[in-house]
Design a protein around this ligand. Structure first.
Ligand SMILES: CC(C)(COP(=O)(O)OP(=O)(O)OC[C@H]1O[C@@H](n2cnc3c(N)ncnc32)[C@H](O)[C@@H]1OP(=O)(O)O)[C@@H](O)C(=O)NCCC(=O)NCCS
Length: 167
C-alpha cells in the first residue's frame, strides 16, 4: 500500500465525514464542524490517502495552557486557538477501520509533528485527550505520556490528558 500524507482541503470533507461517522458512533463531528476546524488551522489538518481513497485524518489547533475537564469546556476551538500559543492540541485522529493497525495513525501523528516543528518552531509540546484504550497502546507507542485522567471528559466515556514534548 502506498501512503500519501497531504494537507486537507474542502474537497476532502465528504470523505472525512464518511470515516468520522463510521468510527465515532456516539458524537461524530458534523460537516460544518469539520469545515470550521479546517478553516481555523489548515496547517494542522492532514489526510492520509492510499492508492485509491482517503483512509485517515488528523485535526489540531494551537493553544496556550488551558485548564479544562470536559470536552464541553473546549469544544469551541475557535475560542482557544492562538497561533502564538505554545501547545499543539490534537482534536482528533481517525483511521478507516479497514486500514487500522497498518501504521496509518502513527504516520499521521509523526507527519504532523514534523510539519508543525518546521512551520511553528516556537511550539514546545502536544496535548490531546485519549480514550482509555489507546493510552498505553497507540499513544505510548508514539511517545506521549500521561498528564492526568479526565473522568468526566465525555458523558459516555472518560479521557486521559496526554503530552508529547518536542526535543
Ligand atoms: C487510534 C487510531 C487512530 C490508531 O490508528 P492506527 O492506524 O490503527 O494505528 P497504528 O497502526 O499507527 O498503530 C497501531 C497501534 O495502535 C494501538 N491500537 C490499534 N487499535 C487498537 C485498539 N482497538 N485498542 C487499543 N489499541 C489499539 C496498538 O498499540 C497498535 O500497536 P501494535 O500493533 O503494536 O499493537 C485508530 O485505531 C482509530 O481510528 N480509532 C478510532 C477513532 C478514535 O477513537 N480516535 C481517537 C483516539 S483517542
Amino acid at each position: 500500500m502506498t501512503l500519501n500524507i497531504r494537507f486537507a482541503t474542502h474537497e476532502n470533507i465528504s470523505d472525512i465525514l464518511r470515516i468520522e461517522h463510521a468510527i465515532e458512533k456516539v458524537y461524530p463531528a458534523d460537516r460544518q464542524t469539520l469545515l470550521d476546524r479546517l478553516e481555523l488551522f489548515p496547517d494542522g489538518f492532514l489526510i492520509a490517502n492510499n492508492d485509491h481513497q482517503l483512509i485517515g485524518y488528523i485535526e489540531s489547533c494551537i493553544v496556550n495552557e488551558h485548564p479544562f475537564s470536559t470536552y464541553n469546556d473546549i469544544r469551541q476551538f475557535s475560542n482557544i486557538h492562538d497561533p502564538n500559543g505554545m501547545i499543539l492540541f490534537i482534536i482528533f485522529v481517525g483511521v478507516d477501520a479497514r486500514f487500522q493497525n497498518l501504521g496509518v495513525g502513527s504516520l499521521l501523528i509523526n507527519t504532523l509533528k514534523n510539519r508543525i516543528s518546521q512551520l511553528y518552531s516556537h511550539i514546545q509540546k502536544i496535548h490531546l485527550v485519549s480514550k482509555e484504550q489507546y493510552v498505553d497502546t497507540f499513544y505510548r507507542k508514539n511517545k506521549f505520556f500521561t498528564i492526568k485522567p479526565l473522568p468526566d471528559y465525555m458523558p459516555s466515556y472518560s479521557g486521559v490528558l496526554m503530552e508529547y514534548q518536542f526535543e
